[in-house]
Design a protein around this ligand. Structure first.
Ligand code: CUA
Length: 342
């Protein structure tokens, strides 16, 4: 007896396992098996709502076409042999004209018109009096400023709920792309150009954003957070952005500030209200309240902060911050100081 399995049988056996896996993958994709990641199908603002609406129109058209094709296939398999003798010559031609040319034409024209409508809606930005947030992409973090405010933060921007906010985009180096899946489609940041988009959130909350254009080793760790909050909280954020950082309150914090200002930190980083005025890395005036360290690389807690200061290359290889020669007894002071900056 031949114990080898012939290729056809083997393929058939593999396909039996493959079919349920494919169906499962399809179901997971459609139901958004995202584990809490932001989804364009869970829009929270007018811009993303347009994209989600268009997505569902395309989805249901595809479903209708799929069902129709499957029904025709079954019909052909079951009835063709019995009926083809009675089909007259004119019928197949008429069917091909309608299903192969007429129906696709209607679908394409409809989708094109809907696309134009949504494109026009996305171009309808905020009025001249709307707040303007200025965002600059760097390898691999986001510099955030507000028009008319002398101060900066990083990887986090605030917007008032229910209002359109203008976002002015620049890049300091290569091509990046500003994308907040639940609020607005992508806008590329192009060297030498100033691009504009806008954000609008219908409900308060934190919305994760992501660089959506490959920009080098740490492209994946170029995330940011959009905080949508009531207008008075947004105004308070603008005020904080333009104010000096919280002065140190305890002895460790004071020693930490001294180490920061006199050490290598101040060469690259700024803290408002101190002599530290570096412009190469992110402004750290509110680093203690930020959602993460390294633009989404690790959570912002004392342990990760200490690990980052000692050797940022372990945490986010390739980023531009070199390992820091900080004494073991100075490190807790530095952490205490940076954690107090809120
Ligand atoms: Cu910046 Cu990808």
């Amino acid at each position: 007896m031949d114990t080898r399995t012939d290729p056809t049988t083997r393929l058939r056996r593999q396909c039996r396992h493959l079919a349920p896996a494919t169906v499962l993958a399809g179901v997971l994709t459609v139901t958004g098996c995202s584990g809490g990641s932001p989804s364009t199908l869970d829009p929270a603002g007018a811009g993303a709502g347009r994209i989600a609406g268009l997505w569902w129109v395309l989805f249901w058209i595809s479903m209708a076409v799929f069902v129709e094709v499957m029904a025709l296939l079954v019909w052909a398999l079951v009835f063709r042999r019995r009926r083809d003798a009675r089909v007259r010559h004119g019928q197949p031609l008429r069917f091909v004209t309608i299903a192969g040319a007429g129906v696709p034409l209607v679908i394409l024209v409809t989708v094109y018109a809907l696309g134009l409508r949504d494109l026009a809606a996305l171009g309808d930005g905020p009025g001249p009096r709307a707040p303007t947030i200025e965002v600059t992409g760097h390898k691999w973090w986001w510099e955030v400023r507000a028009e008319g405010v002398d101060g900066a933060t990083a990887n986090e921007l605030h917007i008032p709920v229910g209002e359109k906010v203008r976002i002015r985009l620049r890049t300091a180096d290569v091509l990046h792309s500003f994308w907040v899946p639940q609020l607005m489609p992508k806008t590329d940041l192009i060297a030498g150009e100033v691009r504009e988009t806008w954000l609008h959130a219908e409900r308060a909350g934190n919305y994760r954003g992501q660089c959506a254009e490959y920009c080098g080793t740490q492209h994946a760790h170029m995330a940011f957070l959009v905080v949508a909050e009531p207008r008075r909280d947004f105004d308070a954020w603008l005020t904080r952005l333009g104010s000096p950082a919280t002065p140190p309150q305890t002895d460790p914090q004071r020693r930490g500030q001294q180490a920061f200002v006199q050490g290598t930190c101040a060469g690259c980083h700024a803290v408002r209200g101190t002599e530290a005025n570096g412009r190469i890395g992110p402004d750290l005036s509110d680093v203690g309240s930020r959602w993460s360290i390294g633009a989404g690389a690790v959570p912002n807690d004392p342990g990760h902060l200490g690990g980052w200061i000692a050797n940022p290359q372990n945490v986010k290889p390739g980023n531009y911050m070199p390992p820091q020669p900080v004494d073991a007894e100075r490190l807790p002071d530095l952490i205490a100081y940076l954690r107090s900056l809120k």
